[in-house]
Design a protein around this ligand. Sequence first.
Ligand code: UD1
Ligand code: UDP
Length: 369
Amino acid sequence: MRIVIVFGTRPEAIKMIPVVDAFRDEGRHEIKVCVTGQHRQMLDQVTELFGTKVDHDLSIMKPNQDLTDITSAVLIGMRSFLKDWRPDWLLCQGDTTTAMASALAAFYEKVSVGHVEAGLRTGNIYSPWPEEMNRKIISAIATDSYAPTAQSRQNLLNEGISDEKIVVTGNTVIDSLLKVAGRIDNDESLRKSLDEKFPFLDPSKKLVLVTGHRRENFGPGFERVCNALKSIGERGDTQVVYPVHLNPNVQEPVNRILGGQKDIALTDPQDYLPFVYLMKRSTIIISDSGGVQEEAPSLGKPVLVTRDTTERPEGVTAGTVLLVGTDGGRLKAEAEKLLDDNVAYEKMSAAHNPYGDGRAAYRITKRFE
Ligand code: UD1
Ligand code: UDP
């Protein structure tokens, strides 16, 4: 069979490369990797880290692109690719506009769609926006849905997707995380070079690692989060490290409110390997990221999620993830509780594995035997 594997942003790359590797290792099918280039630098760092050969690049990214820009550019670019190569299957991942528009392009060309990380839902199409709707559109199109957990399978069944179209695989993010965390754990010289990459880290202070990029938080939500981070940094016993997403709507408030503040280090987005190192060194994580919510339970790191909803309830049930929204007072209070109260910290920092065992990609390839 001819299978095209499509991705366009950082998290899709981290989660799809294990699938690419599993198909290429197995060698049964003709595989092509098509990237949309919805992200550029943040995508390229992941393909470089994993040494992934990209066969086709739509190179669509424009500064401050909106949803129509991405959707239309992916539809047009994918149409040419699909007409030229005529794959049997297109595999897309998650909830980005790259994933949704490439699934739609495949539907228009009557190419079957397999959806990696299917079935996550909040039940609110504006939170996360536009990702919840992207997921629903892909589920309506997909021939095959690779659900990471039993809960996500159930969400699909509830929407009338038939059972034989669904397979529970675990989340491929754990495949990548275990690989990279294993490299850090087993390679002393790599660890030393990572220590040297962050000379400003003070081992006597608690590392608070932060990321943020959700469109529904742009504006006042981001400002409230940044003001809370400023006071967390002022405590004296913490270091806030914030690799800032390249989206201009994130860069502006973060640099304005947190730039030059004591004990707050704003950095470029980190490559995946140093980012995993920072997660492992952190005391707590504050983030609105989907991927980080999935990785943190495996690493036993408490995450305060700056969102009102999550499509990943498994981390909340496991006790590692707490939704705090973008109310600055609540965020500060929950962070201080974890930083000051050992019992509360111990409760949230036990390691759990709700998202899989690192063999999700292998289970996906099994569907194509
Ligand atoms: C996108 C996804 C979101 C995903 C997130 C992961 C959509 C609609 N959004 O949001 O679901 O959680 O990626 O990070 O699919 N930029 C660069 N270089 C890069 C990446 C981004 O300069 O490598 C800047 C550009 O100005 C770009 C802007 O960020 O226009 C926004 O990128 P975009 O992909 O539209 O949105 P994200 O917020 O990254
Ligand atoms: N990540 C990274 N560098 C960073 C921040 C995050 O490599 O500076 C990784 C993180 O470990 C996770 C993924 O990127 O695997 C999450 O991406 P993001 O938060 O951009 O998107 P989301 O998961 O919210 O869609």
